[in-house]
Design a protein around this ligand. Structure first.
Ligand code: NAD
Length: 284
């Protein structure tokens, strides 16, 4: 039976460290500040933004929320980003995804000052991550690396299989595992014989966004299984990509959904905001 990786406990520790760093920065006259922009009224996005706001409050990070109407123009949004780029009390800028149709998300991300890009989605930061010389890491893959570290799971020399190649999860995940000397295979929707490949994974990360997708027969006995998926099952209940009950019997470690990767994402955002504040005040 696999050990359940407790993302709530690990994220609580990260938040504690963040709170201590915020206190120490405040003592030096710097209060880390995060601006979150949300456009339109997507209910899930509203919940995410609210959670981010609460997490900031709990750790002493100053936060501002910009809730813009769904008919906001590209120019209005870019103007706001430009203002925030110049605002001295704001060190991190996050644009909640998805933006309403008609707005060019890529152009908005590229407009963020890379030093304030706490999601690490800007091409400059993506390039820095690629060459292994970075200040920010995208929150979800960074959170997964933190979970592996917390459970003393070494990556070096391991076969690592990542399902999913999105810019926010799959690709940076592969890169971070590579930086830790894993041998990485990235699978995606056009991959042939998926199960054959996933069965080779000592560490298997699934970010396909499909419930009950990873079944026990796809998992190498003793593998570490990280479930990034946040899906709804037939009954509307939150679930991951992994068929938990079956895979738990085969794996050595497994992340549950909820309570695994999810809580780490916000914790790493807070960490990135502190890093951004240090970076902009020459304290790194
Ligand atoms: P995405 O839709 O952009 O990417 C999904 C990836 O899965 C694609 O690269 C696709 O090629 C791959 N895929 C789809 N079907 C496949 C198949 N049959 N075989 C192999 N690969 C397949 O999604 P995303 O933004 O990367 O998110 C993935 C999942 O992770 C979603 O459920 C999302 O909600 C969740 N997520 C969770 C967190 C968190 O904090 N826990 C953060 C971000 C995303």
């Amino acid at each position: 039976m696999a050990v359940r990786i407790d993302g709530k406990a690990v994220s609580a520790k990260v938040r504690e460290q963040v709170a201590q760093e915020v206190a120490s920065l405040k003592a030096q006259g710097v209060c880390p500040g995060l601006a979150v922009i949300i456009v339109g009224d997507d209910p899930a996005s509203k919940i995410y933004v609210n959670n981010k706001k609460k997490a900031c409050q709990a750790t002493g990070i100053y936060s501002e929320e910009y809730a813009l109407p769904g008919d906001t123009s590209q120019k209005e949004l870019l103007d706001l980003v430009a203002d925030l780029n110049h605002k001295e009390d704001i060190h991190g800028i996050l644009v909640q995804s998805p933006l309403p149709k008609g707005l060019d998300e890529k152009a908005v991300v590229e407009a963020i000052d890379p030093q304030k890009d706490v999601d690490a989605f800007h091409a400059y930061n993506v390039g820095k991550i690629m060459i292994g010389d970075y200040h920010f890491l995208p929150c979800t893959p960074a959170g997964i690396m933190e979970l592996l570290k917390a459970y003393d799971i070494a990556v070096e020399g391991k076969q690592c299989v990542v399902i999913g190649r999105s810019n926010i999860v799959g690709k940076p995940m592969a890169m971070l595992l590579l930086h830790q000397n894993g041998t990485v295979t990235v699978c995606h929707s056009r991959t042939k014989n998926l199960a054959e490949i996933t069965r080779q994974g000592d560490i298997l990360v699934s970010a396909a966004g499909k419930s009950h997708f990873v079944t026990a027969d796809m998992v190498k006995p003793g593998a570490v299984v990280i479930d990034v998926g946040m899906n709804r099952d037939e009954n509307g209940k939150l679930c991951g990509d992994v068929d938990f009950d079956g895979v738990e019997l085969v794996a050595s470690y497994i992340t549950p959904v909820p309570g695994g990767v999810g809580p780490m994402t916000i914790a790493m955002l807070l960490k990135n905001t502190v890093t951004a504040a240090k970076l902009q005040n020459d304290l790194l």
